[in-house]
Design a protein around this ligand. Structure first.
Ligand code: NI
Length: 176
C-alpha cells in the first residue's frame, strides 16, 4: 500500500474528464487499496481517482464512524430520484480547510461496479447521496467550489495556498 499525493484546487489536472474502467483487475484493486489508505490518512470520507491524478471512473468512500465500511464505485452512473434539492455543508480533500453549502438532490440511484466487478444498483439518501454526487463531479472535472460565488472561489484559492504552504513548513512524517 502507498499514500498517493492529492491534487489541490485549482490544479488544472482536477478538470480532467475520467475514462471508464475497462477491466476491474488486480491493478485497479491495488489503486483502490492505495486510495483507501490515502483517504483514511487524510481523514476524508470520499476520494475520486481524479484527485490522485488517475483519470478513470473510480470512487472510494467510507461514511462510517469507525472507518470500517469501505465502499467502491467503478464506472458509476448517478440519477437523481427527486427534484427537491437541499443544502449540505461540503468539504473536499483537494480544497483543504474550505467548507460551504452546496444544494443537491437528496435521493439518487447509483449504478456501478464494485471492486470485484459485481453490479451495484441501489437507491440512496442523505450523506451517501450527497457524497456520491460530489465524487461524481470530480470524475467530470467539477469541484464543489464551482457552485460558489466568484468571491468565495477566490477566497478558497487563497485559503488552499496558505494551507499547503503551512503544511510545507511542518516536519513531515515519514510516509511510504
Ligand atoms: Ni472532493
Amino acid at each position: 500500500m502507498a499514500l498517493l499525493p492529492i491534487l489541490s484546487y485549482p490544479d488544472p489536472r482536477l478538470r480532467t474528464i475520467a475514462e471508464p474502467v475497462k477491466d476491474v483487475n488486480d491493478e485497479i484493486r491495488v489503486l483502490i487499496d492505495d486510495m483507501f489508505e490515502t483517504m483514511y490518512d487524510a481523514q476524508g470520507i470520499g476520494l475520486a481517482a481524479t484527485q490522485v491524478d488517475r483519470h478513470i471512473q473510480l470512487i472510494v468512500m467510507d461514511l462510517s464512524e469507525d472507518k470500517n465500511e469501505p465502499m467502491v464505485f467503478i464506472n458509476p452512473k448517478v440519477t437523481p430520484l427527486i427534484e427537491d434539492k437541499k443544502p449540505y455543508e461540503e468539504g473536499c480533500l483537494s480544497v483543504p480547510d474550505v467548507y460551504d453549502k452546496v444544494e443537491r438532490p437528496t435521493k439518487v440511484r447509483i449504478e456501478a461496479l464494485d471492486a470485484d466487478g459485481q453490479k451495484i444498483d441501489k437507491e440512496v439518501e442523505g450523506l451517501l447521496a450527497v457524497c456520491i454526487q460530489h465524487e461524481m463531479d470530480h470524475l467530470n472535472g467539477v469541484i464543489f467550489v464551482d457552485y460558489l460565488s466568484r468571491l468565495k472561489q477566490t477566497r478558497a484559492r487563497d485559503k488552499v495556498r496558505k494551507v499547503i504552504k503551512a503544511r510545507g513548513k511542518q516536519p513531515q512524517p515519514v510516509k511510504r
